[in-house]
Design a protein around this ligand. Structure first.
Ligand SMILES: Cc1ncc(COP(=O)(O)O)c(C=O)c1O
Length: 412
């Protein structure tokens, strides 16, 4: 899949060798990150070609400079940044990216630096206090900025999402009228944004949220120039097989077009997970086996934060030259640090004869996996290797027929 224009419909992938095996045979002591730029390119092209608006990459999902450059080269020009560190990172990496500072609670110093030093013009907010902060921080010699795009974030339910984002941010229905009205006065362009929660399993999540947007716009009677449907676009994990992304894109487009907004209004989205989940996997070593518990060399303080803390089940595969003939069984993992909470309950299905010294590939860690790593207890990732085999699951390519399937594409 080096040609990323698959036109319409899912592309069928050529079968590639199992890259993890070759690397495991070198017996690396530290976890190895396998990155697949072709998978990120494919996801970016898919969004650019099929989503009916602008796709902003949510940098927090994976701030790897290599990934950001790959997305840029594939046509992603807009970036959702949530901190001044992300602003500086992307501004320093790319020639002229459009940065949108979409964290609704920012330090005033961060807003000022973003506006005056990095050309950031788009900010989100969910309170009058934040609006006042933005207006103050972007004024010069007491003259207010006239080039702001201000996106009012609404609180919407996370009913369809695997990870809720419904509690912390977003203006409540009884606050939106005043806020939209005030933001309209300060903005060159007014936007409305929301987040349906991460890994939204149904397109209905966006229809529901856009219903809240419609009510808020009608209530405030303001002209809206941007509708930003946020992130939440799903990837594929064990036990989570969402509708095709096109189904999400279709309902968003239809619902957007029926909104009471300016006819030139723009549609935006902020995909994080969907653009990078397939980008990376991790090759880990089993250091000890105790019954159905495997002690591996990465964990809760490494790339497996979500596996430990929210019980996320990533796809796994035993990496051995001679495939195991034994039945598979459910294992839990312990990570390398000394903490009891460095534990990933799984269950992760692996052959029953797995033992210390074996290597496991853990897939779909490109989003909120590698990005979460710490060096706690002295355990951190080793080398990163670029590979060109297929990720363990994909929302963008048809999985080849069983007999032709490379051994690292698993059936979930
Ligand atoms: C404001 C905002 N936009 C986009 C995203 C990306 O979400 P996802 O990875 O679910 O697509 C997040 C994630 O937390 C977010 O907070």
């Amino acid at each position: 899949m080096h040609k990323h224009h698959s036109a319409l419909g899912l592309a069928t992938t050529p079968v590639k060798a199992d890259a993890g095996l070759e690397i495991a045979e070198r017996r690396p002591v530290q976890p190895v990150t396998l990155v697949r730029p072709h998978a990120a390119r494919r996801a970016a092209r898919f969004f650019i070609e099929k989503f009916a608006g602008k796709s902003l990459y949510a940098v927090k999902a994976n701030p790897s400079p290599d990934l950001i450059r790959t997305l840029w080269d594939s046509g992603i020009t807009h970036y959702d940044v949530a901190s001044i560190a992300e602003v500086r990172l992307v501004a320093g990496l790319l020639p002229n990216p459009t940065l949108c500072f979409m964290h609704p609670v920012k330090a005033e110093e961060a807003i000022r630096e973003a506006y005056f030093e990095h050309n950031v013009r788009t900010f989100s907010l969910d309170s009058i206090e934040e609006l006042e902060k933005i207006v103050r921080a972007t004024a010069k010699d007491d003259v207010a900025a006239t080039d702001l795009t201000l996106c009012v974030r609404l609180r919407v339910p996370s009913d369809h999402a695997k990870l809720s984002l419904a509690s912390k941010f977003g203006a409540m229905p009884n606050e939106t009228k005043e806020l939209l009205f005030a933001a309209r006065q300060a903005a060159d362009a007014l936007g409305v944004c929301f987040h349906v929660g991460s890994q939204a399993m149904s397109p209905a999540a966006y229809v529901q949220a856009l219903g809240h947007v419609r009510a808020a716009i009608l209530d405030a009677a303001v002209t809206v120039d941007v509708i930003d449907v946020g992130g939440g676009f799903p990837s594929i994990y064990p036990g989570m097989d969402p509708a095709p992304l096109e189904a999400y894109f279709d309902v968003i487009k239809d619902t957007f077009e029926a909104l009471p907004i300016s006819y030139s209004a723009e549609l935006w989205a902020e995909p994080g997970r969907a653009l990078c989940a397939e980008y990376a996997s991790l090759l880990v070593r089993v250091e000890k086996r105790r019954g159905d518990q495997l002690y591996i060399n990465d964990g809760a303080y490494g790339a497996l934060f979500d596996a430990a803390h929210v019980g996320w089940r990533f796809p796994v595969k035993l990496v051995r030259r001679t495939p195991s003939e034994t039945r598979s069984t459910g294992f839990s993992f312990y990570g390398p640090t000394c903490d009891d909470i460095d534990h990933m309950a799984g269950p992760f299905e692996l052959p029953a004869d797995i033992q210390a010294g074996d290597y496991i590939e853990i897939g779909m860690l490109g989003a909120y996996g590698c990005a979460m790593r710490t060096g706690f207890n002295g355990f951190t990732a080793g080398e990163t290797v670029v590979v060109d085999d297929e990720p363990m699951a994909s929302a963008y390519v048809e999985v080849p027929a069983e007999q032709a399937r490379p051994s690292n594409v698993v059936t979930l």
